[in-house]
Design a protein around this ligand. Sequence first.
Ligand code: CP
Length: 332
Amino acid sequence: MREEHKKDRNTYSDTLLAMNQSLVTIANHSREKIEYLIRMAQEFEKHPNRLLLQGRVVATLFFEPSTRTRLSFETAANRLGARVIGFADPKVTSGTKGETLKDTIMMVSNYADVIVMRHHLEGAALYASEISPVPIINAGDGANQHPSQTMLDLYTIYQTQGTLDNLNIYLVGDLKYGRTVHSLLTAMRHFNPTFHFIAPDELAMPETYKQYCRKHGIRFVEHKEFDADVIAGADILYMTRVQRERFTDLMEYERVKDRYLLKLDMLTKAKDNMRILHPLPRVNEIEYAIDDDPHAYYFQQARNGLFAREALICDVLGITLEQVKEDQTIIS
Ligand code: CP
């Protein structure tokens, strides 16, 4: 962390920063809170296996498909000694009989201490947080936000760059529907980034997020070209998938789906510190030959999801960084 922020950090005690509440969006997190969660994730990277959550139950309700988010949340809960209930497919629930989201949340909150939920409707997590007696963690709501992904992205950016400050972050692909890029953009406002948006017109960064940048003094540049010269300035090259499931017009999807493919020969001018991130799954955005290139970091990024999500589950349950540091339940 930068020296000048150490003073600020000291004005926040761990207890003040630890809040027993839902995580719906990361937009409201302060710089200090983000740095606090990064420090907590670092503790979990050192010792991921503990019994901190023994006796607790974590519910994972996935109304939309997922591999990484669900499995890393469940791994996080399991590695901390909690038990996990939930579903990966809403077709096996009483939602198919007409049960509402409200009633589902009220039922599950009878059984679990925290609910991790992914839903196709924007605002579903906020709604759930307003009615739920237990904390909700938003695991993605439509094209809106994906705050736990952003925590692991921030953790990864800090890990690879040694700082979150003053970075050139290039966002490529589906910037219209990409909830990961929307979340990342809002979280980075504390860190003086310069964003570069690279997307086809049909998938350009929505005006609301550009207005957000203007309001918060975040610099951004829009590109149509995607080549070695454009990439040369990047510290972070954040690739995204064009999300077929968000299109109402599949002809439009076919027109744009393969527009921006990152190829190995496009990295010839890349900075040494540049790292390629992708929330995954990838479809046709990064050629497989790049996987062995030192700039590729998307699999390590996904691994960091475990540590970031261990921190997030503890945080919403009111477990502080201090408690994590003093924890005596570590399993080697
Ligand atoms: N990054 C991400 O959200 O991946 P999943 O859809 O597999 O959870």
